[in-house]
Design a protein around this ligand. Structure first.
Ligand SMILES: Cc1cc2nc3c(=O)[nH]c(=O)nc-3n(C[C@H](O)[C@H](O)[C@H](O)COP(=O)(O)OP(=O)(O)OC[C@H]3O[C@@H](n4cnc5c(N)ncnc54)[C@H](O)[C@@H]3O)c2cc1C
Length: 641
């Protein structure tokens, strides 16, 4: 098979030209003396790694995807067993040391940037999504071990050599890097998925000073791993306002649990695998139920900081799902395109029938857009984390750039926070849409197992569900946007005026069209804020005018006050994603004029979509919200009161 990197011009564009290598290399090497002599040398080495992955996934994984799907994984005597094909793939990954890709050299790693790992994940997922998921729980967990240790202050640095001197979980990191172990992220419980405040797994500190975790976690990807990050309720947590200790999100803490130890007498399990799910797709990835019963655990950070640590891990994981979904989009598009070129109907290849050509063109356009968004989210997250790390390595002394760095961190954080839910939402939804289109373009054979496209459809279906469902991403994106406007209305008015000005007066007609997308997004946001505020204001009737500003700036009840905006959150998210892609591609074409056709294609697709979505936001919703309010006894009481 062709190398999955070399055969992908869009991916090569980022690695060869568009990624900000000067900054990424500088931030990754951090002035160490064991690094590359120049940026070019570093990028050449990165390219070798990506090419190696491109070849490996094309030759060693993609040809076996159907077999992996057929064989799956199984539970035998309380342990997950990999069939031979899958075991061989992971032996190969171990051999080429791919689990070491982004770890610092002093921890036995290759010290590659995070974006390289994400590019690798995209190519893995193009070959087989379930292999990618399991692969992700190796390096992903090793990096979380390091990041969490840095955050909690248990990593020390050799400032002169600009490297890590010691870190709390060095042994576990090495075990994972060598391929001998991996980990998992244990959050979901039978009654708590999206609603994390409902989590019930508990951790208690024993008189011997050891924390012990008790509870059940379900749907845990690669839950047969050794190192589990478990989020659990702790009674000693600092309570949030109005909550009893241990309640709500402030009552959650993060733990590292070693699920087993291997000794001369065999494996001793501290956490049990109670079952492995039979799933619609992702057959080569184990999805396990894990039972903890007074299982010894190490507290990560402070009691009550669990949600904070989980968000850090989830941010990275959501970007990971963005790239994973991109891999499935790429596989679907390529399968559909190849089939459409060779399948004839009514005198010509189906690729030349207008309807099919339109589908393929939209798939290609969307892939380029999602990749632009994915790169932006990934680079932003990487720079945020590396700037924070740099601040810690340098310490307060002699850090002349501290102020500038703080501003940079805040800027990257803001941007990444805005883009990540858009990426997770769009990429996951598009993976499902594109896989379905691939089935449709294949006609009858698309529905038959041996073509492999129905597998893509089954594999894609979980992407809008895990790592925060599409609805949760949309709610996050909407609340962030609306809160920003409520907190700083003047800034919003200024930006809206600037966008209207650009929409009329920019010299480049394409820039004017992009600005019009922004104007439409502002209109949608303004409408949602106005609706939300008018509801809030009606609740303030009869209160002194002087209290209104305070009430409007704070004291929002997300469940009550945002009902109208929540109804339209997905529509707003789709608009914001279209706008974010258009802006990213506009910036690209300013540097690389040959990218202009990519922007033209996106804007042509985005314009009617955005108009339609705006119309729905402006004109629909009242009837349904009326019905919901009538069915909600609390809301009826409030109305009456
Ligand atoms: C293959 C697979 C692998 C997984 N891997 C992991 C893992 O490694 N670790 C882990 O901890 N979990 C994992 N999960 C669990 C996954 O993260 C959850 O399934 C997901 O968070 C959704 O939770 P839920 O299933 O309880 O659905 P619910 O939260 O019950 O949601 C059901 C539906 O209601 C919607 N919904 C819920 N609340 C709202 C709201 N406020 N507004 C609007 N809509 C809402 C959701 O979007 C969804 O459509 C995995 C799941 C699968 C299927």
């Amino acid at each position: 098979m062709a190398n999955f990197f070399l055969d992908n011009d869009d991916l090569r564009f980022y690695l060869e030209r568009a990624l900000p290598w000067d900054t990424l290399v500088a931030m990754t090497e951090m002035g160490r003396d064991d690094g590359y002599a120049s940026v070019d040398e570093a990028v050449a080495a990165y390219r070798d790694v990506v090419e190696l992955v491109g070849e490996l996934v094309a030759d060693e994984i993609a040809p076996h995807a159907l077999r992996l799907d057929h064989e799956g994984v199984r539970l035998e005597n309380g342990e997950v067993v990999f069939p031979k094909t899958l075991a061989r793939i992971f032996d190969k990954l171990r051999e080429v040391e791919l689990h070491r890709m982004c770890l610092p050299r002093e921890l036995g790693g290759m010290n590659c940037p995070f974006v390289l790992y994400m590019i690798a994940c995209e190519m893995f997922a193009r070959a087989d999504a379930s292999v990618m998921t399991h692969y992700g729980f190796h390096l992903g967990i090793a990096m979380a071990l390091l990041l969490f240790s840095v955050r909690e202050g248990s990593t020390t640095f050799d400032r002169d050599a600009r490297r890590i001197a010691s870190t709390r979980w060095a042994d576990a990191i090495e075990e994972i890097a060598s391929g001998a172990a991996w980990g998992s992220m244990d959050i979901t419980e039978p009654d708590a998925g999206s609603d994390m405040a409902a989590l019930r797994t508990r951790a208690e500190l024993g008189a011997d000073g050891v924390w012990r975790v008790t509870g059940q976690k379900i749907f845990i990807t690669s839950g047969h791993g050794k190192y589990h990050f478990v989020i659990a309720r702790t009674d000693g947590a600092v309570p949030r306002q109005g909550m009893a200790p241990g309640e709500g999100l402030g009552g959650l803490s993060m733990f590292l649990v070693k699920a087993y130890d291997d000794g001369p007498g065999g494996r001793v399990r501290h956490a049990q695998i109670a079952g492995v799910e039979e799933k619609m797709g992702h057959h080569a990835s184990a999805t396990a139920t894990i039972v903890f019963e007074d299982t010894p655990a190490e507290l990560v950070g402070e009691v009550g900081e669990g949600f904070k640590y989980m968000l850090t891990m989830m941010n990275n994981a959501r970007i990971g799902v963005g790239f994973e979904a991109l891999g499935v989009c790429e596989a679907s598009y390529r399968a559909a395109k190849a089939y459409a070129a060779e399948r004839w109907s009514m005198g010509k290849p189906i690729a030349r029938h207008e309807l099919i050509a339109d589908m393929l063109d939209e798939m290609k356009t969307d892939i380029a857009g999602i990749r632009a968004l994915a790169m932006e989210a990934c680079v932003g997250e990487e720079l945020t984390q590396k700037l924070e790390l740099e601040a810690m390595v340098l310490g307060a002394e002699g850090d002349v750039d501290a102020k500038r760095r703080e501003r940079e961190i805040a800027r990257h954080k803001r941007r990444t926070r805005a883009v990540t839910p858009l990426l997770k939402y769009l990429a996951a939804e598009k993976a499902v849409e594109m896989a379905r289109r691939a089935v449709q373009i294949h006609g009858g054979v698309g529905y038959i197992r041996e073509t492999g496209v129905e597998k893509l459809y089954r594999d894609a279906a979980v992407m809008p569900i895990y790592e925060g469902t599409s609805q949760i991403q949309a709610l996050m994106a909407m609340k962030d946007r609306l809160s920003a406007v409520i907190k700083a209305p003047q800034a919003f008015v200024r930006k809206a005026a600037q966008a209207r000005f650009r929409a009329m007066s920019a010299r480049d007609p394409l820039e004017r069209r992009v600005a019009r997308l922004t104007v439409a997004c502002h209109q949608a946001v303004q409408h949602l804020v106005a609706k939300t505020a008018s509801e809030k204001l009606s609740g303030l009737r009869g209160r002194p005018l002087g209290t209104w500003l305070g009430e409007l700036k704070g004291g929002w009840d997300p469940k009550r006050d945002f009902a109208y905006a929540m109804l339209h959150a997905e529509r707003l998210t789709q608009m914001l994603a279209d706008e974010a892609i258009a802006k990213a591609l506009l910036r690209q074409q300013a540097r690389f004029p040959e990218r202009r056709p990519v922007l033209v294609a996106h804007v042509e697709r985005a314009e009617p979509r955005v108009r339609f979505l705006l119309d729905r936001i402006l004109t629909t919703g009242e009837r349904l919200l009326g019905d919901l309010a009538a069915a909600d006894p609390e809301a009826s009481e409030r109305e009456a009161g």
